[in-house]
Design a protein around this ligand. Structure first.
Ligand code: SAJ
Length: 420
C-alpha cells in the first residue's frame, strides 16, 4: 500500500515543517494540533512559528489543497507523532503529550497504517506507544504480538534538524529509522523517501531512540568541556578562545565554544533522559548538564565583580550606572528566546542592578513580558553611547561586526569572546 494520506500530530517546530515537506510532494496531509490558534493560522496559509522559508512552503501547500490543519484526528495511511516531550519532577521525561497523541489517533487507526514516533523520547517509548495503541484497539494486531504480520506498523524516527536550517536539513540529513520489526522499518523508509534526499539508515526502535539522545548528549558534553575550560582559564588569566583555537589546530582535537550556558529545547533537555534511565552509569552526561546549567550563575558573578570594579573606579553610585546586555536569544541570529541562558542572565541583571539595564536584541521588536518594565530595548549605537558596563551574551552577527574602536567601555563581560 502506498501513502496517499498522511497525518502529522503536533504542528510545532518539527511537525509543521514535516507536514509541509510531505504536502510539497503532493501528498494529502492533515496536521493535527490541540492549539486552535495554530490550526486557524495554518489553514489561512500562514505560520505561527519562526523558521526561514517555512512560510512559503506552507502557503503553497495550503493554497494547493495539500495541507490542512485540524484539532481532531482523521483517518490516514501514516501518522507521525511530533509532540513535545519536556521533563517533569527531577528531570524525568514527561510522556503525557505522546500518550495523549497515541490515544487520540487510536480510534481512527485503520488496518495497514504506519505510526511513527518522532518526538525525542526515552528508550522503550516506541514499544510503549504500541502498547497504548493496542490497549485502545483490541480489534487490531500490533508488532509486539504479531511481529512482521501486524495490522499496524510502528517505528521511531527521530528528527535531527537544526533550528534556523530546518527546511534544508529536513530534506538533506540522513534519517535514522527504528522500526519495531524490519517490515516497520521498510514502511517508514518508504514514507520518508517521499521527500528525503539523505539516506534512511535502518536499525531497531530502541537503538534509534538512544541515537537521538546520544547526538545531543555528545554536543552537550563537548560544550560543557568548553565551558569548564572557560572557568579554568578565567582563574589562570588565559584567553579561552585563543586556547581553543590553538588546541583545535591539533588534527584530532575539535573543542566547541564556551558561552553563557546551553539553551534551546533539545540539548539542555535530552541528556537528562539518559540520566533518568541510567542514574548510576550516566555520570559524565549528568556532570556535563550540571556544568552547562551552572554557567549563567558564574556569568552573573562576573557581572557583579565587573560592576564593583566600575563603581570603585568611576566613583558613581550603583543607581547611576547603566548596564547593557547584548543578546537574549538562545543562539546567534535567531529570535527564539525560550530556554535561553542569555534571557536568564538579563533577567537576573535587571533584578539585581539598582540602576538602568539596557537590552540590545536586533531580532525582536519588543521586550518579552519577563523583562518589560525592568529594562529598555535599545539599539547597538544607543547602548555603546550610554552604557557603563557591557555584557555580551549572544554572538549575533551585528555584534560581531561592531568595530572595536567604537567600544570605549573598559568594563566588559564577554561570554562569547567577540570583543576580546
Ligand atoms: N552552544 C554553545 N557552544 C557551541 C555550540 C552551541 O554554547 O559551540 C550553545 C548554543 O548557544 C545554544 C545551545 O548550545 O544555547 C544549543 O544550540 P545548538 O546550535 O548546538 O543546537 P540546537 O538546540 O539548535 O539543535 C540541536 C542540534 N543537535 C546537534 O547538533 C547534535 C540539532 O541537530 C537537533 O535536531 C536539535 O538539537 C534537536 O531538535 O534535538
Amino acid at each position: 500500500m502506498s501513502f496517499t494520506t498522511i497525518s502529522v500530530v503536533g504542528l510545532g517546530y518539527i511537525g509543521l515543517p514535516t507536514a509541509a515537506a510531505f504536502a510539497s510532494r503532493q501528498k494529502q496531509v492533515v496536521g493535527v494540533d490541540i492549539n486552535q490558534h495554530a490550526v486557524d493560522t495554518i489553514n489561512r496559509g500562514e505560520i505561527h512559528i519562526v523558521e526561514p522559508d517555512l512560510d512559503k512552503v506552507v502557503k503553497t501547500a495550503v493554497e494547493g489543497g495539500f495541507l490542512k490543519a485540524s484539532t481532531t484526528p482523521v483517518e490516514a495511511d501514516a501518522y507521525l507523532i511530533a509532540v513535545p516531550t519536556p521533563f517533569k519532577g527531577d528531570h524525568e521525561p514527561d510522556m503525557a503529550y505522546v500518550e495523549a497523541a497515541a490515544k487520540a489517533i487510536a480510534p481512527v487507526l485503520k488496518r495497514g497504517a504506519l505510526v511513527i514516533l518522532e518526538s525525542t523520547s526515552p528508550v522503550g517509548a516506541t514499544e510503549q506507544v504500541a502498547a497504548w495503541l493496542a490497549e485502545s484497539r483490541p480489534d487490531l494486531t500490533f508488532p509486539q504480538q504479531a511481529g512482521e504480520q501486524a495490522d499496524i506498523n510502528v517505528a521511531y524516527c527521530p528528527e535531527r534538524v537544526l533550528p534556523g536550517q530546518v527546511m534544508v536539513e529536513l530534506i538533506k540529513n540522513d534519517r535514522v529509522i527504528g522500526g519495531m520489526t524490519p517490515v516497520c522499518s521498510a514502511r517508514a523508509s518508504e514514507l520518508y523517501n517521499i521527500f528525503l534526499e539523505g539516506e534512511c539508515v535502518v536499525t531497531n526502535s530502541r537503538t534509534a531512540e538512544m541515537c537521538k539522545l546520544t547526538e545531543n548528549s555528545f554536543r552537550d558534553v563537548n560544550i560543557a568541556f568548553a565551558n569548564e575550560l572557560s572557568l579554568i582559564c578565567a582563574d589562570q588569566g588565559i584567553n579561552v578562545w585563543e586556547l581553543i583555537r590553538l588546541a583545535n589546530r591539533h588534527p584530532r582535537v575539535n573543542i566547541l565554544q564556551p558561552g553563557p550556558g546551553v539553551g534551546g529545547h533539545c540539548i539542555a533537555v535530552d541528556p537528562w533522559f539518559i540520566v533518568a534511565q541510567n542514574p548510576d552509569q550516566a555520570r559524565l552526561i549528568r556532570t556535563a548538564r550540571e556544568v552547562n546549567d551552572g554557567k549563567p550563575h558564574w556569568v552573573m558573578n562576573q557581572v557583579k565583580a565587573t560592576v564593583a570594579d566600575c563603581l570603585a573606579q568611576s566613583g558613581k553610585r550603583a543607581s547611576e550606572l547603566k548596564i547593557a546586555c547584548f543578546g537574549l536569544a538562545f543562539k546567534p541570529n535567531i529570535d527564539d528566546l525560550r530556554e535561553s541562558p542569555a534571557m536568564e542572565i538579563a533577567q537576573r541583571v535587571a533584578q539585581w542592578h539598582a540602576g538602568e539595564t539596557l537590552v540590545v536584541e536586533p531580532n525582536i521588536h519588543s521586550l518579552p513580558k519577563a523583562l518589560a518594565g525592568h529594562c529598555q530595548l535599545v539599539t547597538i549605537d544607543e547602548a555603546l553611547a550610554t552604557a557603563d558596563v557591557l555584557v555580551l551574551l549572544v554572538d549575533h552577527s551585528p555584534f560581531r561586526a561592531i568595530d572595536g574602536e567604537a567600544v570605549r567601555q573598559q568594563y566588559i563581560v564577554d561570554t562569547k569572546g567577540v570583543w576580546r
